[in-house]
Design a protein around this ligand. Structure first.
Ligand SMILES: Cc1cc2nc3c(=O)[nH]c(=O)nc-3n(C[C@H](O)[C@H](O)[C@H](O)COP(=O)(O)OP(=O)(O)OC[C@H]3O[C@@H](n4cnc5c(N)ncnc54)[C@H](O)[C@@H]3O)c2cc1C
Ligand code: SF4
Length: 329
């Protein structure tokens, strides 16, 4: 890796100042914990003129629980805090588990929720040193004209690997965004598009300030599972979260089902079509139907060291296991 090139470092005193700095300087980039951005910059991926450091913004790391059960998670919350916070451990242990499964302990002590949800997409042809990428004539995502993963294609298929996104999608969380034009709220899923080279829909001068998690419905069962090559620390081959509620009785039918998936597509997936399983009891046919839905909607490409079909099957099996475990717990 190269040393960082010369650039300015700004430490704004408020989120409003941060977006004003981004708006004023087209070459400026937001810096939170730096665990995703800095390694990329040291590989020569991106050359910002200014880094706008929000790692110590007052109030940016607040975690607030409203009386109605809604949670507001500040974008500056550290993954280590999310993994250990007693309120989250009691209310949303799956979110704490996802935070604990992301990166390694040293990363988690600096890495933030905002950076996790806004991290760059990843590919074996892209997260490489400058000389490695140069020797391969770069690629479509940066500096080249061909995608080495899908050479006939016209878009980048790098994978979005946030471990927290699937849980938050399964909970129908909303993103709170700030730009010089003011604040807006949008479903978290709308913050993404299926393009590995431009996977965020945020404007250049817009930042994520918080994630709003609605109060969990009575009886919500929520789980998270991740598969990775190295158990100690690795990006997900697939990370899956399932949230469900069940009706009454012996063969209780599903009354709601939501599934979030990361690591397989260029954006985190909010699985479509799960309503077809609502009203049905959990049986082998329902599990098979869920597996099919996942296999149809995930589109892993050869952007990691494992085969695409392996990641497709892993995502499907993780979703089925979670559904079975949660429904029978
Ligand atoms: C070895 C290694 C292993 C890793 N393993 C995992 C893993 O298993 N799972 C996983 O999910 N991630 C993993 N990561 C990626 C990364 O560490 C985490 O996603 C982390 O949460 C990023 O947060 P950060 O605060 O460090 O982000 P930064 O690096 O500071 O920022 C990342 C990107 O998000 C943008 N950004 C940051 N905050 C905001 C905001 N509030 N609004 C808008 N844009 C913002 C930045 O401009 C930048 O483009 C790994 C990284 C490394 C180096
Ligand atoms: S998927 Fe293709 S364009 Fe995207 S980073 Fe990989 S090689 Fe480059």
């Amino acid at each position: 890796m190269h040393p960082l090139s010369d650039m300015k470092l700004e430490r704004p005193a408020s989120a409003e100042q941060a977006v004003a700095l981004l708006a004023a300087e087209p070459g400026a980039r937001l810096l939170a914990g730096g665990t995703d951005l800095v390694p990329n910059l040291r590989r020569g991926i991106g050359k910002p003129t200014t880094l706008v450091d929000v790692s110590a913004l007052p109030g940016f790391a607040a975690l607030a629980a409203a009386a109605d059960g809604n949670l507001r998670l500040g974008a500056g919350l550290k993954l280590a805090t999310l993994a250990r916070d007693p309120l989250l451990a009691a209310r949303l242990p799956a979110l704490a588990a996802a935070a604990a499964a992301a990166a390694g302990p040293a990363h988690r002590s600096a890495a933030t929720l905002g950076g996790n949800l806004c991290q760059d997409t990843r590919c074996v042809y892209y997260n490489q040193s400058e000389w490695w990428r140069a020797a391969n004539h770069y690629c479509l995502k940066l500096g080249g004209d061909t995608c080495h993963v899908a050479p006939q294609g016209k878009r980048c298929h790098a994978a979005f690997c946030s471990d927290l996104a699937p849980v938050l999608l399964a909970l129908h969380a909303e993103a709170e965004l700030l730009s010089p034009g003011g604040t807006r709220r949008t479903p978290l899923a709308a913050m993404y598009r299926d393009d590995g080279a431009a996977h965020l829909t945020l404007a250049r001068d817009e930042i994520l300030t918080a994630v709003q998690v609605p109060a969990a419905p009575a009886g919500l069962r929520l789980g998270f599972r991740k598969s990775r090559v190295r158990g100690a620390m690795d990006f997900p081959l697939a990370s899956v979260a399932v949230a469900l509620t069940l009706g009454e009785g012996k063969a209780a039918p599903l009354t709601s089902l939501a599934v979030g998936i990361s690591g397989t597509n260029s954006h985190p997936l909010q699985l479509q079509g799960t309503e077809a399983l609502v009203g049905r009891p959990l049986d082998e046919a329902a599990l098979a139907a869920l597996g099919k839905l996942v296999q149809k909607q995930v589109s892993p490409m050869r952007s990691t060291v494992t085969s695409s079909n392996h990641r497709r099957l892993v995502a499907s099996v993780l979703a089925q296991r979670l559904l079975r475990e949660l429904a029978t717990a």
